[in-house]
Design a protein around this ligand. Structure first.
Ligand code: GTP
Ligand code: MG
Length: 371
């Protein structure tokens, strides 16, 4: 299930909803035409009460329906919602709208009865006025929830969109090691740029397609910049959320230290990540191979194997040689584009192993004969 956080409709606030409801109600009353004064007032007052209450309860219920239900959300979304806005609050404020819709409907039922049962027009007016007063006070109770949802929408809009059904490769490492450059080099088409709502840092989401299966690549900036004990709970939850989406975690190490973080600190961070994501396949890759001195031994061999493959149309799944650094770690250069296609094919193989249940899985919307 792909949740479209970015298309959640605008949340109308307390006054906007009341204005809309009461002005539509007035228009509806103006359209009433009956030569008998008592009948006319009765119809008018009834229309006002019912229209106002219908508009409010419909607005509330439509909102409740357009916001994803947590019970049916994938674990990643739940963790992100919890980290960004809090699941308890999320549930509470949506249930306030449900409560409000019910209250407003009851009020209109009760006051309509009063209007119908009397023959005196001033009592009809009183009943209408009373209904408006009660509706307004319900709105005042729901107002803070509308405000909360409106703010939550702004936060959730900025979440990355990740398709749960497709493999997802989480790219992490210290600042400046080349995560974004790596994602960009592997992606066909443009990277999406999103934000983690609680930092100003940009998250890059890239995609590539292999044999019609789309692979997603996600950045983790801002989450791992500090030692474990200094991270707040929200960040820890967000990191834990990564566990739920990552078919494979790539940890980039910059051995040249051009990133500004010492290799020792980068290794400490690697240990932290291993602890945080115990169940996830982790692949350590060194970045910026072009800065290594001397260049990796197979630099030219890998580059020409990759070029040949591209010239042949990048078909199939050959065992392209991987590029290794002097410590025997897989490496690549995102700026020179050497070792990138080999890496892509290696990622495809690793993801396949990490998702052993998936060979039978078909893309959304397909069906299987034996089911
Ligand atoms: N020489 C060389 N430089 C690279 C390579 N990849 C990235 N860089 C450079 O390293 C710097 C950081 O690259 P980014 O891709 O922004 O690194 P990042 O890990 O996304 O950084 P943050 O998002 O700030 O954590 C940039 O100046 C890049 O040009 C590479 O393969 N070779
Ligand atoms: Mg980056």
């Amino acid at each position: 299930m792909k949740v479209s956080w970015r298309t959640l409709p605008t949340v109308l606030l307390e006054d906007e909803i009341l204005d809309k409801a009461f002005s539509r109600a007035k228009k509806a009353a103006d359209r009433v035409d009956d030569p008998d004064r008592v009948f006319r007032v009765r119809k008018q007052m009834n229309r006002m009460v019912q229209t106002a209450s219908d508009i409010i309860s419909t607005t509330f219920l439509e909102m409740v329906n357009s916001w994803p239900s947590l019970d049916q959300s994938p674990q990643f979304d739940i963790s992100m919602i919890d980290a960004c806005v809090g699941c308890d609050d999320y549930r509470h404020h949506l249930s306030m709208l449900q409560w409000g819709a019910k209250q407003v409907t009851n009020i209109s039922g009760q006051n309509s009865k009063k209007i119908v049962r009397t023959g005196r027009t001033e009592l009809m007016h009183d009943a209408r006025r009373e209904a408006y007063g009660r509706i307004s006070s319900i709105m005042r109770r729901v107002g803070p929830s509308l405000l909360w949802l409106s703010e939550a929408r702004e936060v959730l809009k900025r979440l990355p969109t990740i398709d749960q059904l497709l493999p997802c490769i989480v790219v992490c490492g210290a600042p400046n090691v080349g995560k974004s450059a790596f994602i960009s080099a592997l992606s066909s088409g443009k990277m999406e740029v999103n934000h983690y709502p609680f930092t100003t840092k940009q998250i890059h989401v890239g995609h590539f397609t292999h044999r019609r299966l789309q692979f997603q690549l996600v950045d983790t900036p801002g989450l791992l910049d500090r030692p474990m004990e200094q991270r707040n709970e929200i960040e820890l939850q967000a990191i834990a959320a990564l566990e739920n989406i990552g078919s494979l975690v790539l940890f980039l190490l910059d051995e040249s230290e051009a990133c500004g973080t010492s290799l020792e600190e980068q290794n400490n961070l690697l240990e932290d990540v291993q602890k945080l994501l115990p169940g996830t396949d982790l692949m350590v890759v060194t970045s910026k191979a072009d800065l290594l001195e001397p260049l990796p031994e197979q630099w030219d061999a890998v580059r020409s194997a990759e070029q040949d493959w591209i010239e042949q149309g990048s078909e199939g799944e050959p065992e392209l040689p991987l590029l290794y650094d002097h410590q025997g770690r897989v490496t690549m250069s995102a700026t020179e584009f050497v070792g990138m296609d080999s890496m892509r094919l290696e990622i495809v193989r690793r993801v396949r192993i990490a998702r052993p249940n998936n060979p039978m899985e078909l893309p959304e919307g397909w069906y299987r004969r034996d089911q």
